[in-house]
Design a protein around this ligand. Structure first.
Ligand code: ZN
Length: 323
């Protein structure tokens, strides 16, 4: 499923008529079904796989689904919904208030209101940090001493995370910290001292020590805008790239790119992509700008934020000039 039948957004279900899987690597962008519910079902499945296997690839996929395949479903104000989530649009799609088959709106409501269950889990003397979401959670390995974790996170706009511990007395336990597979560089600092070690992407990094009240763990995952080529077996994306930064997949929406057709855009050989935070656009987002082959500047927004300013052309995969 992940290697051959999943879109870059985490979306699954490439055949609208059956709302289901098609053949391997047949991933049409315009007709992608990628139902919001399928993304949520996939999160639930991968949460069970996380707990059974402790393999970080499942929590990595949950992160991708959460910020892309699922979050694109509702509008930013939460009042309208998409059922299928294409990866390219000729401008006909629109979110609606409600559906006769209303699975997606209700699934979104229950998933967002219970998102905390994907953040942590516990095994023997170990707390696992799976997702970087601002939160406060309490654990106890023995009934006399509770551990409260306060997490402050800049995700998805920045990779800074600060975790602090509240305990009544010192305790020996392990923290397992997920190092996302997309990361460039990672630094972990405990009480001001850098942790020496290799932080392998797509794994958990284990730290065992006697923790004290008010200990702090600062984590820095470097996020850089990056171009991604698809698997060459996906024919519709041949010679095309998508853009991601940290956990977010980006798209070009026509409204932000009035001087050219986003469905026909060709990126420069080296588009020189850069990130800027725009506090006034779509509730405050990081935009990514770069160069087309013809010298014009393109502007990309996170995929989840598209279609909040009326129907509009959109594309995730773009042609790029050959080297
Ligand atoms: Zn649904």
């Amino acid at each position: 499923m992940v290697e051959s039948r999943m879109y870059v957004t985490g979306g699954i279900g490439s055949v609208p008529i059956v709302e289901g899987f098609g053949s391997d690597f047949k991933l049409n962008n315009y007709s992608s079904y990628s139902e919001t519910c399928a993304a949520i079902g996939n999160m639930l499945w991968n949460w069970r796989m996380t707990q059974i296997t402790a393999d970080a690839k499942y929590a990595d996929l949950i992160e991708k689904l959460m910020y892309n395949g699922m979050l694109v479903g509702p509008s930013l104000d939460g009042s309208t919904y998409m059922y299928n989530n294409p990866l390219a649009s000729k401008g006909k799609e629109e979110r609606r208030d409600w559906y006769l088959v209303a699975c997606c709106p209700s699934n979104i409501a229950r998933t967002i209101s219970s998102i905390e269950k994907f953040i942590y889990s516990v095994s023997e003397q170990t707390i696992w940090v799976h997702q970087y979401i601002g939160s406060k959670a309490t654990f106890s390995f023995n009934k006399d001493n509770q551990i409260t974790i306060n997490q402050d996170s800049k995700f998805p706009w920045g990779g800074q995370v600060k975790i602090s511990l509240d305990m009544s007395s010192n305790q020996n336990f392990s923290l397992q910290i997920r190092i996302p597979e997309w990361r460039y560089d990672t630094r972990i600092i405990i009480n001001g001292d850098a942790v020496v070690g290799e932080f392998k992407p797509g794994t958990y990094h284990k730290i065992t020590r006697e923790w004290k009240n008010q200990d702090t763990i600062e984590i820095y995952f470097v996020m850089e805008p990056t171009l991604l080529f698809d698997d060459p077996r996906v024919k519709v994306n041949k010679g095309r790239v998508s853009i991601f930064r940290g956990p977010l997949i980006y798209c070009l929406e026509q409204l932000d790119n009035k001087s050219f057709d986003v469905l026909k855009a060709v990126f420069a050989e080296d588009p020189d992509i850069k990130t800027n935070y725009d506090p006034n656009l779509l509730g405050g987002i990081n935009i990514i700008e770069g160069k087309l082959r013809n010298g014009k500047i393109f502007r990309a927004i996170p995929y989840f934020a598209w279609l909040n300013r009326g129907p509009n052309k959109m594309a995730i995969w773009h042609k790029i000039a050959k080297k």
